[in-house]
Write a protein that binds this ligand. Structure first.
Ligand SMILES: *[C@@H]1O[C@H](CO)[C@@H](O)[C@H](O)[C@H]1NC(C)=O
Ligand SMILES: *[C@@H]1O[C@H](CO)[C@@H](O)[C@H](O)[C@H]1NC(C)=O
Ligand SMILES: *[C@@H]1O[C@H](CO)[C@@H](O)[C@H](O)[C@H]1NC(C)=O
Length: 596
């Protein structure tokens, strides 16, 4: 016991993660209570990881009952105002990216002997559907045994919960006993509350098992063909996730960087992934492969049908083995292969998947010129997906190119599982089932509509549109137009506003104006995304609007900062900024919502 106390002079005696998910919108509060058991001042640290896709909305410290709230301000002015304070300490800021999906929030404060501090962090995120699942990720790493530990998740999905499971990377039989799951038609409650003994690696050691991911995965029921509309306090959200539709044949060109820097493990992993991906092509798909370094090499000069024979020959063939980086020429070649392609299936989806780990160094190397060339050549006809391998890539450049050509960009982390990451990405785009999707709402009754036109929809993802409805509205009519492989679709639906509002009445389950906040979250994400490929003037306007909403709704976005103030005598202020992967911000936009 004495040893234990000595080891943890700074004792976390309570750690709670409270999460409410209402209709995909997750609101998480992490509260950590710490006491200084030493007989002198010590640093108390609060360190948690949260999803990159989340926006922090609040942080506060309460030291011996005195509250130190975080204040959200415009980033530029916060930076200026606190420049001196910030430059005194390590000015790295309180938030940094720590992995593929997570960023870390870290703050330390010095507290006197026997003092107590309560840290509280709040963040919100819209869960996105991928491969038919929503995933709520809670990272757990208290680094010591905690007397009162609990994760408490409430989910309310008015559409109905079709499936729900929990998973974790640290669960043992002992710990499993501390997990309870109650679920009915629309609600689920997951409680994980291990005792100190259950937390122990073994009874002799004061070492904790709790170190890793705690996951809740679920999916909702799809009832109406035109999706589900929810309305609360003057805002609506419309979820559309059609399923069991015929899949479009795809025409895919893989454009693979094989410059010197890719040599070795990266090209091996790429090769491994491509072999699996090729074997997953459907017989009605067409494909080709272009590799490039300073030379562009086409495997075949035309697209081939993905017959077993052709796939086998690609697999065994030079395509992936043949031995500065000309991205421009490689992409233009891919576009021209698609332009020239004959006898492709009618109503098929053509896409180019670029994989590179470097900067354009040979041929045309000005990124602006390349962007312009590619956009002109693609001209809205094909979707361009850009995968950046490792950290030497100009992710900004790839992201801009993908977004302005109806696709998205992803970073592939240079780890042992890179091949799996590549396959995972491919799986998401493997089943296009709709294109040219237009979600229509009455102009005169809806304001502030989020993006409502989508180039492609992939099975397992979800389209989300939100907006504000006028007070007088009784019925909200929606109309969806889209093309499937076999036909042109028109889907109609009418939502009764009063009835829909009723769903959320008298529910202790929901927090605040969640649809309005969901709308603000989505609008900010889309404004930021649009600004990436916008011209300078338009970019300013988009950012100004995103900033306004970030401040109004209290989100720490790439345009705002949270100023965290500490007790006098300590480094006075630190800034929590949204870290960015590319020097600019990272957006993990759902695939179903890409394009246009
Ligand atoms: C704090 O406690 C340690 C160990 O119990 C002791 O050696 C030290 O003298 C104490 N310091 C003060 C300032 O009381
Ligand atoms: C942030 O949290 C603190 C402590 O719970 C609370 O007093 C404050 O009102 C919150 N701020 C906002 C903007 O919600
Ligand atoms: C559904 O479950 C929740 C708890 O998870 C409970 O509060 C609620 O009353 C249940 N509803 C019905 C209709 O059983």
């Amino acid at each position: 016991k004495t040893q234990n106390l000595l080891r943890h002079a700074i004792e976390i005696y309570s750690l709670r993660v409270n999460c409410r998910v209402t209709s995909r919108f997750a609101h998480t509060v992490i509260t950590s209570k710490i006491i200084n058991r030493a007989n002198e001042s010590r640093e108390a640290t609060f360190e948690v990881e949260l999803p990159k896709t989340a926006f922090i909305t609040n942080f506060s410290m309460s030291i011996d009952g005195k509250l130190y709230p975080g204040i959200i301000k415009e980033k530029a002015s916060a930076q200026k105002e606190y420049d001196t304070a910030v430059s005194q300490g390590q000015s790295a800021g309180l938030v940094k990216i720590t992995g593929r999906k997570l960023e870390q929030f870290h703050v330390s404060v010095s507290i006197a002997a026997a003092s107590k501090v309560t840290f509280e962090l709040v963040y919100e995120e819209l869960l996105k559907r991928q491969l038919g699942l929503f995933e709520l990720l809670i990272k757990v790493r208290p680094q010591q045994l905690v007397k009162h530990f609990q994760i408490d998740v409430h989910i309310f999905e008015p559409q109905g919960i079709r499936f729900l499971e929990t998973d974790s990377t640290f669960m043992t039989n002992e710990l499993n006993e501390a997990l309870t799951k109650v679920q009915n038609e629309t609600k689920a409650h997951i409680l994980f509350k291990p005792t100190v003994d259950q937390q122990k690696v073994n009874p002799e050691l004061d070492e904790t098992l709790l170190n890793g991911d705690f996951l809740v995965r679920y999916d909702v029921k799809q009832v109406a063909a035109a999706g589900d509309i929810q309305i609360f306090n003057g805002y609506f959200v419309h979820y559309f996730a059609p399923q069991e539709m015929p899949v479009f044949p795809k025409n895919v060109i893989f454009v693979i960087d094989r410059s010197g820097s890719m040599a070795g493990r990266k090209i091996e992993q790429t090769r491994e992934a491509l072999l699996k991906i090729l074997q997953d092509l459907r017989p009605e798909d067409h494909f080709s492969c272009i590799t490039f370094n300073n030379k562009v090499v086409e495997w075949k000069s035309a697209l081939l049908q993905a017959t077993a024979e052709n796939v086998a020959s690609a697999v065994s063939d030079a395509c992936f083995l043949i031995a500065g980086t000309d991205i421009n020429h490689a992409l233009l070649t891919a576009v021209s292969v698609l332009d020239k392609a004959e006898r492709l299936p009618e109503r098929s989806v053509s896409m180019i998947i670029l994989l590179t780990d470097g900067q354009p160094t040979s041929g045309e190397s000005k990124v602006e010129v390349i962007q312009e060339n590619i956009e002109k050549a693609v001209n809205g006809k094909y979707a361009l997906f850009c995968l950046g391998f490792g950290f030497d890539v100009s992710y900004n450049f790839l992201e801009k190119m993908a977004l302005s050509n109806g696709g998205i960009a992803r970073r592939i982390y240079e780890n042992a599982d890179a091949a799996l990451q590549l396959q995972g990405f491919y799986q998401e785009v493997a089943t296009p089932i709709l294109m040219k999707i237009e979600m229509q709402y009455p102009d005169n009754a809806v304001e502030g509509l989020t993006k409502n036109n989508f180039k492609l929809f992939f099975e397992g993802s979800e389209i989300i549109v939100s907006g504000k409805i006028s007070n007088e509205l009784d019925l909200l009519p929606v109309e969806i137009k889209a093309q499937s492989h076999t036909s042109d679709l028109t889907l109609k639906e009418e939502a009764n506003v009063k009835e829909k509002e009723q769903v959320f009445q008298s529910r202790s389950y929901i927090f605040g104006n969640f649809i309005e906040r969901l709308w603000a979250y989505l609008t900010i994400q889309q404004l930021l995304e649009k600004s990436i490929s916008a011209q300078e003037e338009q970019q300013k306007a988009l950012e100004a609007r995103a900033l306004e909403l970030s401040l109004q709704y209290g989100f720490v976005t790439p345009l705002t900062s949270m100023v965290v103030t500490k007790p006098t005598g300590q480094q006075q202020a630190e800034l929590a900024n949204k870290p960015t992967e590319a020097g600019k911000w990272v957006l993990n936009s759902p695939l179903g919502m890409c394009g246009c």
